[in-house]
Every structure is written in C-alpha cells, then in structure tokens.
Ligand binder design. Structure first.
Ligand code: TYM
Length: 332
C-alpha cells in the first residue's frame, strides 16, 4: 500500500474550513487504501512566539479534532511530532544539505518573517521547511496530502531527497504532493484574494470548525462579494462568490455548473443562507465529538502512545539507514 503522511499545526483553538477542505478531508479518505501517518507538528508551532500551556491544550485539542473529523487510529497512525525525536535529528542532517539561498527562497518564510520583522523572526522559522522535509522523508511517504500553500515545501523535500540519494546512496523516497485542484486554496471571507489562514486572517475572515453555527452563519452572511448580482464562478472578477461556490460545492457535492444553474436569478443572500446551513450541518455535531475526546484524556493518551510507537519504528529505521550512509559511527 502506498504511504501518505501529513501534519497540521496546533497554532489555533480550532482548525478552519481551509484546513479541512484543503487537507484533512483528504486524509480521512486516504486512510482506507493507504498506509497513513498523520501528526500534530508541535515543533513547528514553536517557530513563532508561543505560550506553553496554550500549546499543550491546542495539541490535545488538535488530536481530538482529527479523530472527530474521521481519522481512525485503527486504520492510520496518529501522533505528536515531539514524541518522535527522530524528526529533529533528521532535520539537522537535512539542514546540512540545504543551501542558505535555497532556504531563503521559501515564500512562506519570507511572508512570515516580513510580518514579524527581521529582528523577531527566529532561526527556527527559517529552518522550518527543512524540519518539514524530515517529517516527510522519515516515513518514506509516497504522497503528501496538503493545500496549495505547502507545495513549495514538498518541492524542497523532493530536492533534498534526490540530493541525499545521489550523494550518499538511495535511502529516501521522493514524495509527490497530493493537492486537490478544487479545494487546494480556500479564501478569507473578508479578503477573498488571500487564503484563509490561522495566523493571518482576521476572525471575520475565518470559518472555524469549532465556532458556534450562529457565529459561522454571521461570518458567511458578512462575506465580501462584489457589486454585481449574478451568481457565477469567476475567480478573477468575482473572487468572493467563487470562494462561496467552492465551499458549497465541496460540502453539498453539487458541481459548480449545477450550482450556477440552481442559483440563476437568485440573490447573494440566498447563496449565503444556504451555505451557512450546509456548513452548520457539518460543524454542529463536531464540537460534541471533540469534547467527548477531550473528556477522556486517558483514551487520547493511549491513541498517542500507540501512534508514537508505530511512528518511531519507521522513523528509527530510516534514521539508522541515513546515519549509516553519511558515515556516522554506529553506537556500541
Ligand atoms: P498548516 O497547519 O498551516 O495547515 C494544515 C493543512 O491545511 C492546509 N490549508 C489550507 N488548504 C486550503 N485552503 C486554505 N486556506 C488552507 N489553509 C491551510 C495546509 O496546506 C495544510 O495542508 N507546514 C504545515 C504542517 C506540516 C506538514 C509537515 C505538512 C509540518 N510538517 C509534513 C505536511 C507534511 C502547515 O503549517 O500546515
């Protein structure tokens, strides 16, 4: 069975619609016919300033959300990144294969560093994509299901794997990004030319999975659209409406042309009202399921302990092979 691996950062109290439609929904689907590894990258979460107690809560809550969204620990491996020390270890080695200029070209780093100011951006933020490459390569992932914003990091991962293999001998699997054309980029409701983002969207621009449906309905009603009246999918001219149609289509299963026909002659208010209901149907039962996992910390710990053991088996073997190839003396 082909192997997939992906991760989602615990940097907010709730995942949002972009995370779900761009990534986690695919993770759930892929666990059926893939050997799947999914994790919460807490090491990545400390590349920006953080509060320790909040991080621990969000990490637990992140795992609970993944389970509530449909990851099944009997069919996939769910773990927390810091439970598997091999990630940092391979990250160091890959850092020694990455050019400074190459790392400097990562657009997500440039964006985040610009936002924080160069004095406050950390070296960890700079090396973040290299750690992500380690995450992927430790597990010999064939495919990495992510949103469009992660494409460049998967490209770097491919380059590093090829470089390692050609210098030291073939050990690492070169992964393919698994990015779904329709939902790879869900946009901010208030700024439909920017992606919906845990770190940079305003609260009104994000539909959180754990928001009260009334709050989400209000955000959807207030979504920025355009001065026309026609409900038509046109990303360049009508990015707000295009985004609402994308979200509608991915939950309702109706194609975009079907939706355009359904809404012919109807107003933006109708589309928004229907969409709020569709989203509420999905999110309303979710909060309860997340809470049930949060109320049973012992069960969550068991899931994570099992996940860490399985992950370390694979990661440890890869790291040992890497050490051997690069000439580290085996421990005696
Ligand atoms: P993160 O935590 O920012 O996002 C988790 C996943 O959600 C996707 N995503 C989106 N998809 C569509 N539209 C959006 N508006 C949107 N916003 C986010 C992201 O593309 C991602 O797939 N660096 C990663 C975490 C990571 C990782 C890894 C991923 C660490 N190691 C190894 C894959 C493999 C990140 O920050 O994702």
């Amino acid at each position: 069975r082909p192997r997939v691996l992906s991760g989602i950062q615990p940097t907010a109290d709730s995942f949002h619609l972009g995370n779900y439609l761009g990534a986690v929904r695919q993770w759930v689907a892929l666990q059926d016919d893939h050997d799947a590894f999914y994790f919460v990258p807490d090491l990545h979460a400390i590349t920006v300033e953080h509060d320790p107690a909040t991080l621990a809560d969000r990490t637990r809550n992140g795992v609970a959300q993944l389970l509530a969204l449909g990851l099944d620990p009997d069919r996939c491996t769910v773990f927390v990144q810091s439970h598997v020390p091999e990630h940092s270890q391979l990250g160091w080695i890959l850092g020694c294969l990455t050019g400074f200029g190459e790392a400097s070209r990562m657009t997500q780093f440039k964006d985040k560093a610009a936002k924080q100011g160069s004095d406050r951006a950390t070296v960890g933020l700079f090396t973040y994509p290299i750690l992500q490459a380690a995450d992927i390569l430790l597990y010999h992932a064939d495919r990495v299901p992510v949103g469009e914003d992660q494409r460049q990091h998967v490209e770097l991962t491919r380059d590093l794997a090829q470089r390692f293999n050609s210098r030291f001998g073939k050990v690492l699997t070169v992964p393919e990004p698994h990015i779904l054309a329709g939902t790879a980029k869900i946009y901010d409701l208030q700024d439909p030319t920017a992606k919906m983002s845990k770190s940079s969207s305003t609260p009104a621009g994000i539909v959180n999975l754990l928001d009260d449906p009334k709050v989400s309905a209000k955000k959807i009603r207030s979504a920025v659209t355009d001065a026309e009246r026609e409900i038509r999918y046109d990303v360049a001219a009508k990015p707000g409406i295009a985004n609402l149609l994308t979200i509608h289509s991915s939950f309702s299963g109706r194609t975009i042309p079907e939706l355009e026909a359904d809404y012919a002659g109807r107003g933006y208010g109708d589309l928004k009202k229907d969409l709020a209901e569709i989203v509420a149907d999905f999110t309303a039962p979710l909060a309860k399921r997340v809470q049930a996992y949060m109320d049973d910390p012992a069960e969550l710990d068991r899931v994570l302990a099992r996940g860490a053991t399985r992950a370390r088996d694979v990661a440890g073997a890869t790291l040992a092979a890497v050490h051997d190839k690069i000439g580290f003396l085996p421990p005696t």
